[in-house]
Design a protein around this ligand. Sequence first.
Ligand code: ATP
Ligand code: MG
Ligand code: FE
Length: 361
Amino acid sequence: MLTLGIESSCDETAFALVKDGKLLDSVISTQIDIHALFGGVVPEIASREHYRLIGYLYDSLLAKSGIDAAQIENVAVSRGPGLLGSLLVGVGFAKGLVAGTNKKLIGVNHLHAHLLAAGLEQDIKLPALGLLVSGGHTQIFLIRAADDFVELGKTLDDAAGEAFDKVAKMLNMPYPGGKFIDQLGKLAAPDKKRFTRPYLDNTNLNFSFSGLKTALSLYIEAHPHLKLPSLNGVDELFNGTREVAELAELCASFNFTVADTLRVKMQRAVDQRKEQGDAINSIIVAGGVAANSVIRDTMAEVAKNNKLTLTLPSLSLCTDNASMVAYMGEQLVLKGYSHGLDLDAIPRGRKIPQDYLHSLC
Ligand code: ATP
Ligand code: MG
Ligand code: FE
């Protein structure tokens, strides 16, 4: 079965072809350089860029893969959550491809796709506890099947990736700065007591990172010499022309605090599932922040301590891509789902209905 995946929920325009659970080919264009000029994603620019590139990228995938459009059986598209204008470009394009053909259209939950992305590389052992840590979301799910995700907890304010990017921005690092914090942090040991791990004094599985962000902001205000003089200064961090020990320690301490907070909540999720008598076979960590080295190591420990398999997608499957969308679409079509041409985009902030696979909107 040949499935085309389309991703346009935020600032990547991407297409991929998946056949029987294996990735055949993919293309991706990122708008990061454009949005970096503004220090974050500008929704109107994002949707215009998707619109400008989407046809060209589709043609280039077909040319590169040697696949004829007529061979595509299913068209899977990220329908949400994401930026409405951006999602509509992908959803509209998908509808155009299936209209008047007998191809199946399938709208995919972008977050669920992130969490099952590793299925392209390895067998995923379900039921699993899934931790999604991305630019816009931090969520814990119980995943029983491709069409059975139960949200157990989520952030009440900032997402983990947002916290990384905002701290990086306070330090004058270019957007998105999460990876610079990770790289710099590797050069020092964390001060584990420097920042309080946020929102642990409760029994739930929710997160709150805004207080930690404020703590960093106050710390940086009190130590302004830690800021880079300009965005270009980021090169100096790694070429030896700038003293980085103190900044590296700050990054390591912040990174530790985020990772350890995620550790406590994931352990709590495992314990709560055990109390409920729910068997769990693995822990899945996905989304762009799953590329973070400290979080990867921390989650490996949680899995080991609980004798669970840890599933981590490779780095290119962590950040936004269409391979995960095609894969998820294929899984859903195999379970008998498909959507009509009245498929709607579901922007961030609008609750995705539990029965979103069946619903028309
Ligand atoms: P969402 O999926 O919630 O809609 P998104 O698709 O924009 O959001 P992703 O592409 O999954 O998010 O992830 C991007 C985020 O990952 C950014 O915040 C970026 O800083 C962060 N990130 C990438 N690499 C690292 C890293 N090594 N350490 C920390 N954060 C990282
Ligand atoms: Mg992105
Ligand atoms: Fe994403």
